[in-house]
Write a protein that binds this ligand. Structure first.
Ligand code: MSP
Length: 536
């Protein structure tokens, strides 16, 4: 921990352990990872949290169906998530599981705080519950959704269960105006704008008190002052964001950590769980006397419907299958090819506008891969390094480093452009900004024709041109490092530079920092060109 640097705390949702991780959960996780990496390179003391939501009826039911205890079920599935995150180069600083002791303590402390504030009351809950969504529905909501007679879940369409039990209720209805005031004072809290409007109209429609404990089953955190009650899984889950930064831990260091880290800078969520994060969560925090996070960013869904993902496998491709396909197969030790992982990350971040739904397909993935990565960025690296080898025995040439060339001019504006896009969580915008320099550098090779300069014996000009190209390659890898960490590190290695993922982005963004005399290496193509038959 470095206390001199400002804290930047960001989170993904904690995923249910009711199945294996998939394209959707990987999407949220990669997106959060990219911002975490970028903020570290900007000098922030980042805490990037992800983890698992292990309580609730759904998990208990799945475990029972598999004939194991809920804890055994969670322990069996947890490595599927941690292994995939490692394979996808996810740089989380913590991995929380809601069955951990630290979390039980935090949840209990939080319920006590709500109780002390007078925000809980006992009542009988009579109504409908969807186990899959872990959500309650009132008769009125079912009526509005056209499910008053069939009692199907308005969100997932599965049959609802009728519940009648004594519960603790959270007085959510008291937070209607405080929430509206909060949204008005913090216009950036809910992003993108469409989600903000959706939340505002929901809250303006009126809020009802919410059942926040269960007495009919016990796979949850026991509520200390209410015998036989366990926490409602969504309350339990949301509190994870506090647990991970020391909430409820009596240790004084934990208290200092909490003061420094909370409130979080951004919660990444899918649009399906926006109400929990933008209505219930801030109200809970207000009830417990805690500050509300700065921003909740809701991304859209990845859609494959109506499009084939794979001729042979339907659209059920796993993240690892796709990384292997893009990277030309698994490595001999069975691990994923790093370039395939980077290509996978790049595709989802560059081609799907973050915040909107995205149609994804293998055809499109192949197109983006070949156009942007194999033919543009990868090809640039190969050409520049090969020419450096040919004309300068691989050494970065000595030259007067002017900024009077078109590449330096594009590079000069890049730090601001990319940072602004990243701060707005506009990954496609950030990728497009970096690709501008890639395209310009490829164009520069054609225009300046280093081979002609070599032939004409114009050594001074050749050195200038090659230096500008090498410097562009250094900067492109720098800006791509948060999105494609492995290939960027590879490129910096070939330029005889240190680990780019640990670089100080702002300091390194200046033009002309590549030291003359560095011994470069050509290496293998960064991204092998793929044929349709390799993928489809
Ligand atoms: N456990 C709750 C979250 C609690 S957070 C305090 C949960 N878990 S989940 O396993 O269902 O994961 C939901 C998240 O996965 C979504 O919010 C979204 O981030 C991601 N996605 C799941 N399917 C998706 C798509 N098809 N497309 C994009 N992302 C989706 O809800």
């Amino acid at each position: 921990m470095n206390n001199n640097k400002p804290s930047y705390y960001l989170t993904t949702p904690i995923y249910y352990v009711n199945g294996e991780p998939h394209l959707g959960t990987a999407y949220t996780t990669i997106a959060a990872d990219t911002l975490a990496r970028f903020k570290r390179m900007q000098g922030f003391d980042v805490k990037f949290l992800t983890g698992l939501d292990e309580h609730g009826q759904k998990v208990a039911d799945n475990a029972a169906a598999a004939g194991v205890s809920p804890k055994e079920w969670c322990d069996r599935l947890a490595p599927k998530f941690t292994d995939l995150w490692q394979a996808l180069n996810i740089s989380n600083d913590d991995f929380i599981r809601t069955t951990e002791e630290r979390h039980t303590r935090a949840v209990q402390r939080f319920y006590e705080a709500m109780q002390e504030g007078g925000y809980l009351r006992k009542d009988t809950y009579k109504g409908w519950y969807c186990v899959h969504e872990e959500t309650f529905y009132t008769d009125e909501e079912l009526h509005q959704a056209g499910h008053a007679d069939d009692h199907l879940c308005p969100d997932c369409g599965r049959p609802l269960e009728f519940d009648e039990e004594e519960n603790l209720f959270f007085k959510l209805s008291e937070f209607e105006q405080p929430l509206l005031d909060f949204y008005a004072a913090h216009s950036d809290f809910i992003q993108p704008e469409t989600r903000r409007n959706e939340v505002l109209s929901f809250v303006k429609g009126g809020l009802k008190d919410l059942s926040v404990s269960r007495t009919s089953f016990d796979w949850g955190v026991p509520i200390p002052f209410a015998e036989g009650h366990v926490s409602y899984v969504w309350f339990d889950a949301l509190i994870n964001y506090l647990t991970a930064v020391g909430y409820g831990d009596p240790d004084s260091q934990a208290a200092a950590e909490f003061a420094r880290r909370w409130p979080a800078q951004v919660h990444f969520v899918g649009k399906d769980i926006i109400r929990f994060h933008c209505v219930i969560w801030p109200a809970m925090l207000m009830a417990a006397g805690l500050p509300v996070p700065e921003r909740v960013f809701a991304h859209g869904f990845l859609l494959t419907k109506g499009e084939k993902m794979s001729k042979s496998r339907g659209n059920a491709m796993s993240p690892t299958d796709l990384c292997a396909l893009l990277g030309g197969g698994l490595l001999p030790d069975g691990s994923l090819p790093p370039a395939g992982v980077d290509a996978y990350r790049y595709y989802f971040l560059s081609d799907v506008q973050f915040g909107a739904d995205g149609q994804i397909s293998l055809e499109r993935m192949l197109q983006v891969y070949n156009a942007d990565l194999a033919n543009s960025w990868g090809n640039l690296v190969s050409r520049v390094l090969s020419m450096t080898k040919k004309y300068f025995e691989g050494k970065v040439p000595e030259t007067a480093v002017g900024i009077d060339n078109s590449l330096a001019q594009i590079a000069a504006g890049l730090y601001d452009k990319v940072s602004q896009a990243m701060d707005a969580i506009d990954y496609s915008g950030a990728c497009a900004a970096v690709m501008e320099l890639v395209d310009a550098a490829n164009g520069y090779i054609e225009n300046e024709a280093p081979w002609a300069l070599a032939k004409a014996g114009d050594a001074a000009k050749l050195a200038q041109v090659m230096y500008a190209l090498l410097e562009s390659v250094r900067l492109i890898a720098l800006y791509f490092a948060a999105i494609m960490p492995s290939t960027s590190a590879d490129v910096w290695g070939r330029l005889d530079l240190s680990d780019v993922t640990k670089a100080d982005l702002k300091a390194e963004s200046a033009w002309g920092l590549l030291p003359a005399g560095n011994q470069t290496k050509v290496g293998q193509p960064l991204f092998q060109r793929l044929k349709e038959s390799d993928v489809l």
